[in-house]
Write a protein that binds this ligand. Structure first.
Ligand code: AMP
Ligand code: MG
Length: 479
């Protein structure tokens, strides 16, 4: 049997043993390879033909273990909608870390591979619809240049899973820089300090190796997290992405977007947009995301306190608070950078920022489509009556700041996508797959979202607003 090229390592398993439990994937009835990410496979030195072979599919379904894999489920805790809970991988199994190069390892995780010691009352399974949604949204994020975990493959199990109704089951292979979450630290800080320290040293080595030999790496770790997560949320905001379930267990230490549940890209610009049936009070609404990330990082900082100044808790608290207070300004600076670029300014100026806020205010009042409005601006076709005065002021500002028209236009083209995975379209192709097994519309959509900035697809449904009368898709919990 040809091997796809896995080079497994198990560095996580060298950490204290309360951070994980051995867990084996369950056997599935009739594994069927549905989707394979050829581009991702080759970028991590895996042979796609071998992954797609019968033996490859067997291992991606969990029916056999790829050579060298030693599977575990990771322990973590988390604040879910503000409430602390002990969690852990309840339906995901880490096969190991795959070595891509001397500098790079990635986690290889099977999601939906059956129960683990952390499953509580859950069945450990994933449904095809949710897996396909994660596939398309994570690929869209990647194509938009936003840090994200990605999907290597989707295998149908040939079984049905009980949710609100019976749904086809699937196992998905997730590739991530790591699966260490803020929640992993919240779990570790409730045990002995030596475990917490080992976890922190491991996370630093894996994600911020430049900090290893400095005086107090934990303080710098906190600063890096603030920077990465502020950057990430600013990126989400710039494309209208609502994560939907920013619990601390769904925030990766690596700064990658992880856990695509009730997420969506907004249509009309509205800071209150939410797409989750359980987020009734809008905790995770589009416009709340930076505040929630700040709150989450405060939980992260709390968990690091014993490491900051081990003999002086008061000093640890004071220093952590001083560092945390920088979050809003760091976030604001990233936000201004991305939004100034969206209107053609490669550097942040007070006038450009003023123009951005005026534009967003009008867009909000007029309920304009976020993606389309910015792209029309980039094309020079923005002629909404309510925006005429604004466009004049904007043109004047560009003129007065001596911007070169060609590079301004180029800057706007690469910061304002034409197509985003609009929920009503994604939902409809996923329904096609679920009801008829027909993958073609899904695969076609996938090709389109891989080129979000290209004018080639400006005629596609994804480039148009949700038609009148089509309700916004809401994702129900329990997927
Ligand atoms: P999520 O909402 O996907 O972030 O999951 C929150 C927690 O619930 C995690 O610990 C998951 O592992 C667990 N979980 C979610 N769905 C299931 C399931 N079907 N079976 C077991 N555990 C689950
Ligand atoms: Mg999660």
């Amino acid at each position: 049997m040809e091997q796809p090229g896995w080079k497994f390592e198990y560095s996580y398993q060298k950490l204290p043993s309360n951070l994980f439990e051995p867990a084996y994937p369950r056997k599935v009835k009739s594994p069927k390879g549905l989707i394979f990410n050829e581009q991702l496979a080759s970028s991590i030195n895996l042979d796609i033909d071998s992954l797609m072979s019968a033996a490859g599919i067997d291992s991606l379904s969990g029916n056999t273990l790829p050579k060298g894999a030693v599977p575990i489920a990771q322990a973590y805790a988390g604040h879910q909608f503000g409430n602390f809970t002990n969690l852990g991988d309840g339906r995901a199994i880490l096969l190991g870390e795959h070595r891509v190069s001397d500098e790079k390892i990635v986690d290889v995780q099977l999601k939906g591979a059956g129960r683990t010691p952390y499953s509580r009352n859950g069945d450990g399974l994933a449904i095809l619809g949710a897996v396909l949604k994660e596939y398309i949204f994570s690929e869209a994020m990647h194509a938009l240049g936003i840090p994200t975990t990605r999907t290597l493959a989707v295998v149908g199990t040939g079984e049905y899973v009980q949710r609100q109704k019976l749904q086809p089951g699937a196992v998905m292979t997730r590739i991530a820089s790591s699966h260490i979450r803020i929640g992993t630290f919240e779990f570790a800080c409730r045990g002995d300090v030596s475990t917490l320290k080992e976890l922190a040293d491991y996370a630093i080595k894996r994600h911020y190796p430049e900090l290893i030999n400095i005086e107090n790496p934990y303080i710098e770790f906190l600063k890096k997290m603030i920077d990465q997560q502020a950057y990430l949320v600013a990126q989400w905001m710039s494309v209208g992405f609502v994560h939907g379930v920013m619990n601390t267990d769904n925030i990766s230490i690596s700064g990658e977007t992880i856990d695509y549940g009730p997420c969506a890209f907004i249509d009309e610009y509205d800071l209150r947009s939410t797409f989750s049936s359980i987020d009734r009070r809008g905790r995770y609404a589009y416009g709340n995301q930076s505040k929630i990330m700040y709150w989450n990082i405060c939980r992260f900082a709390e968990s690091l306190l014993p490491l900051l100044y081990p003999n002086d808790i008061d000093l640890s608290i004071q220093v952590a608070q001083d560092i945390l207070r920088t979050f809003p300004n760091i976030y604001e600076a990233y936000w201004q950078q991305v939004f100034c670029k969206k209107i053609g300014f490669d550097s942040v100026t007070a006038n450009a920022v003023q123009l951005v806020s005026e534009l967003l205010e009008i867009m909000h009042d007029q309920r304009l489509d976020f993606t389309i409005t910015f792209r029309q601006l980039a094309r020079g076709t923005l002629n909404h009556p309510a925006l005429q005065d604004w466009v004049k002021a904007w043109q004047l500002e560009l003129l007065e700041s001596n911007r070169d028209l060609t590079s301004t236009s180029k800057l706007m083209q690469v910061n304002n996508p034409v197509v985003i995975p609009r929920n009503h379209v994604v939902a409809s192709v996923i329904e096609d797959v679920e009801t008829s097994g027909d993958l073609k519309p899904f695969l076609d959509l996938l090709e389109i979202i891989k080129n979000p900035f290209s004018e080639e697809f400006s005629g596609h449904t994804l480039a148009f607003p949700r038609p009148d009368g089509v309700p916004q898709t809401v994702t129900y919990c329990g997927t």
